[in-house]
Design a protein around this ligand. Structure first.
Ligand code: CO
Length: 292
């Protein structure tokens, strides 16, 4: 009885061995590791912002010279707007499908968003779904956005202070325009304000919605007459040009002008400054360290 069992066990083992080698031999040789990076940005309809994305890509390529870099854009509206002008950009999912087809095995998706809001979580959810697919990636991980951790809050607040125009006097305000979201991650903006105001009481961070009213009132109370307006978004795109610095009645510049505060727009997005880009790149490094 014992003998019979061990013989059949041996047969099973041999069968398993042969079938395993048969799989590795005739069909699908074990895929060699092929690492890739996918940069996931919201996107912008302004062609001028293309240089900003190139700047990020340069930094990423410098950190990972031998890893192919692809792009995916999360904003449906922007992709469709650009498609009408003849420029076809991939969504994150389209870019990943192409990478899957090209035989990438390990993919680092780096979110270039500001906070871990809807765009980030959607990207992460869909990216990980690609890891579950038959023939999908062996490993796919998504790196944190700019403000992902408490350490990021510290680094971002240091960088924010650094990029304030040198000519600004301490008695003048600096107002950053974040995008804002109904997602709970919106609280990161408040956390950033807390950190910044510990360093400088006249720095504010508002969001497109609900807007600048509260900040305007605070400025009036303090008797501040001048405020620098700076986008706290990766690129100085539509919101910065229109909602922040535009001539329309409801732009931040106009709202401040109505109460006698001169707004001085600074048209540069966070991705134009190395100290912010380094944070995204560090999150990417963290993801890549899992691919060995
Ligand atoms: Co928007």
């Amino acid at each position: 009885m014992i003998k019979k069992t061990s013989v059949s066990l041996l047969v099973v083992c041999v069968l398993v061995f042969f079938s395993a080698t048969a799989f590795a031999g005739a069909h699908g040789k074990k895929k060699p590791m092929k690492k890739g990076i996918l940069l996931a940005a919201f996107g912008s309809s302004f062609p001028e912002t293309q240089g900003v994305f190139e700047h990020i890509e340069e930094k990423v390529k410098a950190a990972f010279p031998n890893v192919p870099v692809r792009w995916g854009y999360t904003s449906h509206i922007i992709r469709h707007k650009l498609a009408k002008q003849g420029e076809h950009l991939d969504s994150v999912e389209m870019a990943l499908a192409r990478m899957m087809d090209e035989g990438f095995t390990h993919v680092a998706v780096q979110s270039l968003h500001t906070i871990a809001g809807e765009e980030f979580h959607g990207t992460r959810r869909n990216a990980s779904a690609f890891g579950d697919m038959a023939g999908g990636f062996k490993k796919i991980l998504t790196g944190y956005p700019l403000l992902g951790t408490s350490d990021d809050l510290k680094r971002v607040s240091d960088c924010v202070i650094k990029i304030i125009p040198k000519q600004r006097k301490k008695s003048e305000a600096v107002i950053f325009m974040g995008h804002g979201t109904h997602h709970p991650a919106n609280a990161f903006y408040e956390a950033l304000v807390y950190r910044l105001q510990k360093k400088d009481q006249n720095i504010y961070v508002g969001t497109v919605e609900p807007g600048i009213d509260e900040i305007r009132d605070a400025l009036l109370k303090k008797g501040i007459k001048k405020a620098y307006l700076i986008p706290f978004m990766s690129v100085a795109g539509d919101h910065a040009r229109n909602d922040m610095a535009g001539d329309e009645d409801d732009s931040w510049k106009s709202i401040l002008a109505k109460v006698g505060v001169t707004g001085v727009p600074v048209m540069k997005g966070t991705a134009e400054f190395d100290c912010f880009v380094e944070i995204w790149v560090d999150h990417l490094k963290n993801v890549m360290s899992h691919f060995k």
